[in-house]
Design a protein around this ligand. Structure first.
Ligand code: PCA
Length: 323
């Protein structure tokens, strides 16, 4: 007897029908349980599971435990899993719209970042749609700041250092800053600093707190360069196959997760910067010189992005600037 006949037989024996078969989705996330991103993903998954009346269970596999970060996008696209979360900027080589998420000094506070998200959401979803995927929600990180082992008063102080990069855009940034980009995933940051594989990085205060950066790095300069996001996305065919009530449950949970993620991003930006200070790091604003030098690089990167992204990119940036 083949397997489906056997299952049908079992269903009959137990008086059930396959029409009520519950769906189970596996959700790989890139970051660990201690990060707010995975906490937001968990609240989303739990809400869907609780409200779908037993029809859909979403199980989180955090910190790359089921699928490593670089593979998550492809795993959902190929339906190895049904749903997944990634850091948007990582996908920069797929399409410029993903690079926009990591452009420095375009949107540096949360109100601006929300506007940029609004202006770019349709283009983002359209790009996902080409791969049969659908955006569910985004959740931001606090603004990206500079970690180093000495005071950085101008770019000259960074010259020749090895700088962590986590996306194509941050590799380009490292180049323009006169540093050497080194790709290091979040999980290896502490080790990379202690083995001198990197000397500096640009990331959120949260990532410093999550990896106890005070143990291996001394200075934190609040350059507030950009506010990147993670996104939760689903394979569209699998979503479309659900009944209307279950679709509603997912969309409502996604809207709630998005609200929660954006509120947490704002809150943690302050709390986690304070924690770095409390744990002994030297926290200071950028000097005027450094700020001006970095903003100049930001302007170059916006120009480069616009020439790469063409007319559709220009319309996104125009829409953002008009808001
Ligand atoms: N933390 C993540 C991405 C952006 C952030 O703030 C990281 O450093 O990998």
């Amino acid at each position: 007897m083949n397997k489906s006949l056997l299952l049908a037989g079992l269903a009959l024996c137990f008086g059930t029908t396959t029409a009520f078969a519950a769906d189970k989705w596996d959700l790989p996330t890139p970051y660990g349980d201690g990060t707010h991103q995975t906490q937001v993903a968990r609240s989303f998954a739990d809400e869907v599971t609780a409200n779908s009346g037993g029809k859909l269970t979403i199980k989180i596999h955090s910190g790359g435990s089921l699928i490593k970060h670089p593979e998550i996008y492809r795993a959902v696209k190929s339906r190895q899993v049904q749903i997944g979360e990634v850091f948007i900027g990582r996908l920069g080589n797929n399409n410029p719209i993903y690079k926009l998420d990591n452009i420095p000094f375009l949107a540096t506070d949360f109100d601006s970042a929300e506007k940029l998200y609004k202006a770019s959401k349709a283009a983002l979803n359209e790009e996902l749609g080409k791969d049969g995927l659908m955006l569910l929600y985004t959740s931001p990180w606090p603004a990206q700041d500079l970690y180093s082992n000495k005071p950085i008063n101008s770019l000259a102080d960074l010259s020749g250092l090895k700088m962590r990069a986590y996306s194509p855009t941050t590799s380009r940034l490292a180049d323009l800053m006169g540093t050497t980009p080194v790709n290091i995933p979040f999980s290896d940051v502490a080790q990379a600093f202690t083995t001198n594989a990197i000397d500096a990085m640009v990331t959120s205060p949260s990532t410093g707190v999550n990896s106890q950066s005070w143990d291996y790095i001394s200075h934190f300069t609040t350059i507030n360069a950009w506010i990147p996001k993670n996104m939760m996305f689903v394979h569209k065919k699998l979503f479309d196959r659900l009944d209307d009530a279950t679709k509603d449950v997912i969309l409502t949970a996604a809207a709630n997760a998005e609200k929660k993620g954006w509120a947490l991003g704002r809150k943690l930006a302050v709390e986690h910067t304070n924690m770095l200070k409390e744990n002994g790091m030297t926290v200071s604003p950028p000097s005027q010189k450094l700020d001006a030098e970095l903003r100049k690089i930001g302007a170059t990167m916006v120009d480069e992005w616009l020439s790469e992204a063409g007319a559709s990119g220009k319309s996104v940036v125009d829409a953002y600037k008009a808001m």
